[in-house]
Design a protein around this ligand. Structure first.
Ligand code: C2E
Ligand code: CA
Ligand code: CA
Ligand code: CA
Length: 274
């Protein structure tokens, strides 16, 4: 009995060591990844209540040693090293280029871009976004920035100021993964938010307890005047329940997986023709 503990500890340490080793390796590989063009964006459609595509979310992909590494793994590493600032700017520029192309016939399609808290701390952030909007001649209201709740727990004054500076240019803000953080309700009460994105975990659970949570979020959105996007919709049953709740926007594999840029443009062309 006694002798088992050190053995277990050894296994535990081996696991930690492997994790640490992978982190170090990936961190090293991330150093020149942008220059080596290893990143690209995929675009996942967001549809309105009638099923019409109204917007796309830009999602980052990293191809490393012939494998796709998930953003869930590499974004935190880039946040820790600060590399997310430069790479995040590249993401914004790529997304703006695609957005301009999608709107060359004034379809009014929006682009949602994930922004990490670290990017907000960068002094140049607001100016950089403004410059991109001008360079690609994008109406500000077509650009939606997705931030997580954690952003509002940090330097409130600074965040508020930057959010409202961009909102003055028309840029919209969504709270991503809504309901999974700690400050959900106080956040939306104190902030001038345009959208919340209901996290996939509530949608997965919608046939059980999720439904009353989604209904509650809809009620809050009506009284506080922001709009709602449900993410991670995978089945027609989920879509139906969300429709019954009056959810105005939905995103998920049921409608489309994230698409390569060229396929997203074709998808949009076909959607606009029909
Ligand atoms: P997120 O913002 O919650 O993005 C939605 C994630 O759910 C995406 O995963 C998307 O591919 C996936 N998804 C969409 N529909 C469905 C569905 O119906 N079922 C299931 N099971 N999954 C679905 P992805 O692309 O792996 O991105 C993971 C996370 O990485 C994102 O979560 C976001 O937080 C972060 N991320 C991705 N791109 C960027 C970026 O450019 N910048 C920053 N800061 N974060 C990013
Ligand atoms: Ca997102
Ligand atoms: Ca999300
Ligand atoms: Ca999510």
């Amino acid at each position: 009995q006694k002798g088992k503990y050190p053995e277990r500890l050894a296994f535990y340490n081996m696991g930690l060591e492997r994790d640490l080793h992978r982190k170090i390796t990936l961190n090293e590989a991330l150093k020149g990844a942008l220059e080596r063009n290893e990143f690209r964006l995929m675009y996942q459609p967001i549809v309105d209540a009638t099923g019409q595509v109204v917007s796309f979310e830009a999602l980052m992909r990293w191809r490393y040693q012939e494998k796709e590494i998930s953003p869930v793994e590499f974004i935190p590493l880039m946040e820790q090293s600060g590399r997310i600032v430069q790479t995040g700017h590249w993401v914004l520029e790529e997304a703006c280029k695609t957005l301009a192309q999608m709107n060359k016939h004034n379809a009014g399609i929006c682009m949602c871009v994930n922004i990490s808290l670290i990017q907000f701390y960068d002094k140049g952030f607001v100016n950089n976004v403004n410059r991109l909007i001008e360079r690609y001649a994008i109406p500000g209201h077509l650009l939606h920035l997705e931030v997580t709740e954690s952003i509002f727990q940090s330097d409130q004054m600074m965040i508020n100021q930057k959010v409202s500076q961009l909102q003055q240019r028309g840029v919209k803000f969504s709270v991503d993964d809504f309901g999974t953080g700690y400050s959900s309700l106080s956040v939306i009460q104190n902030m001038n938010i345009d959208y919340i994105k209901i996290d996939r975990s509530f949608i997965q659970n919608i046939e059980l307890k999720g439904l009353s949570i989604v209904q509650a979020m809809m009620n809050i959105s009506r009284s506080l005047n922001f709009s709602v996007i449900a993410e991670g919709v995978e089945t027609d049953k989920q879509r139906q329940l969300l429709e019954e709740c009056g959810i105005p926007f939905m995103q998920g594999y049921y409608f489309s997986r994230p698409l390569e840029r060229q396929n997203a443009l074709v998808y949009l062309d076909q959607a606009l023709e029909s």
